[in-house]
Design a protein around this ligand. Structure first.
Ligand code: COA
Length: 499
């Protein structure tokens, strides 16, 4: 224990070390928690696990606010224990997804840049306990986060109580890679002084009012690795289409070989497409994203990316061992920031990002659904995709043209839920090709999307729909009674292919 106490450099806090079970016992039914954690990285682990243990003998529910999805099965275990009343702003766990879709749990699907504004303005439930994973607490009272920042700084500032989980297994070399900056209230705010991806604008830790620190617990549970799939034939072809599009932008003089700061969304597809840049002529690239997946470190290793800024690092097991085991090589090329800075609409517009996110489906006019399967069932959430899509220099969406072996077309007559409207979507890419929708009227978009992006097995079916729609006229022609017939057919006959 003495040794561990070196991690608590603010001496007056050293007598606040308690067990996770004791600290968790103070959390009461109906309270709201602000947990650290962003896409499986840097999540609070010990207190949620203790709450799950407590649920074996006691019934209670809490609201759980985080940066984004949690790893280490925290979302899964909390969902299965039935202790979550309301979850916000993002999750990506199958067990939690089932609880949300069965109506047993509430989920507020929210732009990741905006949760901090809601907390600051007092729009949502106030935070009773912030539970923050840390490397250490400094002499001057700063919490040094671990592998993510997420919403930790705003939680700490606005929570009534703070519990700090010092994780002894997280790489200590992370100290110094965080850049914590909190904007003032809206209406009283100065411009955020960030003009380049690598600009450092804040402190290396999260300032905390020591009076509010109720407990410190120790843990040594590592982050759980990401579950992304490795690139496959389809995603490699998609990457080539994307490269061809970027080459045409360079040829037209709108970009150089350095491109522009890149943002890439979560999931296997976005990771694989980014990975495709390794064998390209593009160089000296920068990344301004919310999460750094394996591909970014592959690009750093290949000398292609010179700097990466994000809110978390989420890696596969193999990549985690390599990167965390040799972190000295990476630490001057990385900054981790609060998610309201990584996803800040003004900064995204200022830096002129190239933004690559994944769609579940999109329609013939370019409206994108990233969240709801067949319009009703939540997959993960909008995450940061809306922050980026609306504000990026180039808003690109990628998806395979078919899903589940072809029973689903990812390009449909009308998106069953619209996260990103046709106004926020510039380029759509599938393994079939890409469609550059910029400057095109709705009627110009349709043939391009059908010919360049749709799987051949669904093209004639879509042409028939569109021809019938044209007979009805309109700026954006539709046959409303048939607009969701593909989804209806999937439910009744198990395929979107119409009889
Ligand atoms: N209808 C139903 N299911 C579909 C589908 C569709 N149109 N398109 C894909 N799927 C299924 C896939 O079959 C797969 O199912 P499985 O898990 O049973 O194998 C699953 O959805 C994931 O699809 P996959 O093609 O493997 O993509 P992914 O892992 O890259 O995830 C999203 C895609 C859209 C779910 C994911 O990117 C996401 O949650 N995005 C929203 C948040 C976001 O974009 N954040 C980015 C800001 S950083």
């Amino acid at each position: 224990m003495d040794n561990k106490l070196h991690r608590i450099k603010a001496i007056e806090l050293q007598d606040r070390v308690v067990s996770a079970d004791e600290a968790a016992s103070w959390i009461k039914d109906g309270m709201t928690l602000g947990l650290s954690g962003f896409t499986r990285a840097g999540d609070a682990k010990a207190i949620p696990y203790a709450l799950v243990r407590r649920a074996e003998t006691e019934q209670f529910k809490v609201n759980v606010f985080t940066g984004a999805s949690l790893g280490s099965d925290v979302d899964k275990l909390m969902a299965e224990a039935g202790i979550v009343h309301k979850r916000l702003p993002f999750q990506a766990d199958p067990a939690m997804r089932r609880k949300i879709n069965s109506g047993d749990m509430l989920f507020v699907d929210h732009h990741l840049s905006q949760t901090a504004e809601w907390i600051r303005a007092g729009v949502i439930e106030s935070i009773d306990y912030a539970v923050i994973e840390a490397l250490e607490i400094t002499e001057d009272g700063m919490i040094i986060p671990t592998t993510s920042v997420g919403n930790s700084s705003v939680f700490v500032k606005h929570a009534k109580n703070v519990i700090i989980e010092i994780n002894l297994s997280q790489p200590q070399l992370f100290k110094g890679v965080h850049d914590i900056y909190e904007p003032e209230k809206q209406g009283q705010r100065s411009p955020i002084p960030l003009a380049h991806v690598s600009d450092r604008i804040g402190t290396i830790g999260v300032p905390v009012d020591l009076e509010k620190v109720r407990a410190i617990v120790f843990t040594d549970q590592p982050d759980s690795p990401s579950t992304i799939l490795q690139p496959d034939d389809d995603t490699e072809v998609m990457a080539q289409h994307l490269l061809n599009f970027l080459r045409s932008e360079v040829a037209s003089g709108r970009l150089t070989n350095q491109l522009a700061p890149l943002q890439s969304g979560i999931g296997s597809v976005a990771n694989a497409v980014l990975h495709g840049l390794i064998d390209s002529e593009f160089e000296d690239m920068e990344v301004y994203s919310e999460v750094l997946q394996d591909a970014v470190f592959d690009l750093i290793d290949a000398g292609k990316v010179k700097f990466a800024s994000a809110s978390s690092i989420t890696l596969s097991k193999e990549k985690m061992d390599q990167v965390f085991g040799n972190f000295e090589e990476y630490r001057d090329k990385i900054l981790l920031r609060p998610q309201e800075i990584t996803n800040h609409p003004g900064l995204i517009r200022r830096l002129g990002l190239i933004s690559i996110n994944t769609a579940l489906e999109f329609d013939i006019y370019g409206n994108v659904n990233s969240t709801h399967v067949s319009g009703s069932n939540m997959m993960n959430g909008i995450g940061g995709s809306g922050d980026f899509a609306r504000n990026a220099r180039l808003s690109i969406f990628v998806t395979k043209s078919i899903a589940k072996g072809g029973i689903i077309s990812s390009i449909v007559p009308f998106a069953t839920h619209v996260d990103h409207t046709e106004h926020d979507v510039d380029i759509v890419v599938t393994e079939q090709g890409y469609a550059d929708l910029r400057g095109l009227a709705p009627r110009e978009r349709v043939p391009l999307i059908i010919d360049n992006c749709m799987h051949p097995m669904y093209r004639d079916q879509m042409r028939a729909y569109y021809e019938e729609a044209l007979l009805r006229g309109g700026q954006t022609p539709h046959v409303l009674e048939k607009a969701f017939s593909w989804h209806a057919n999937l439910t009744t006959s198990g395929t979107m292919l119409l009889p």
